[in-house]
Write a protein that binds this ligand. Sequence first.
Ligand SMILES: [Zn+2]
Length: 128
Amino acid sequence: MVQEIAKRFMRIRRDVSTSLALQEGERRDIIFRVSKLAGKQEADLTINEDGVLLLAAITDTIVNYIGKLLFSESFTKILEQKSTEAAKRYVEQVIPTIQEQSFKRCKKCNLDNDGNAKFCKNCANKLD
Ligand SMILES: [Zn+2]
C-alpha cells in the first residue's frame, strides 16, 4: 500500500501543477508542523504543498482499496477516476489558502520558509 501511495503521490504531483516541478538534483521536504502562536488558544497545523498532495494520495489510495473490496472491477475504475479528480480539485483549492497562511516559497531555490521569515534559510534570498 505504501508503494501505491507513492505512485499516486507522484501522479497527482505531476498532474496538479507545474510550479511543483523539481530541478535536477533538487530536494524538497514535505512539511507537517504543529505550532502554537503567542496569545492563541489553539495550536495550528501547517502543511506545505507536497504535504497536501501526500494527504490526497493517501486518501485516494484508501478510497480505492475500499472500492476494490466492495465493488466490481468496472465500478472501481470509475471510482478511481473520480477520486483522482476529487484529489486534484481538493489540492488546487487548498494549496493557495495553505500557502498564504503558512509558507513563503523562495523564488530562487524553491524552499518553503516560515510565513514570517524575511530571508530564505537555505540561500538567504530576500522573501517577499
Ligand atoms: Zn532560497
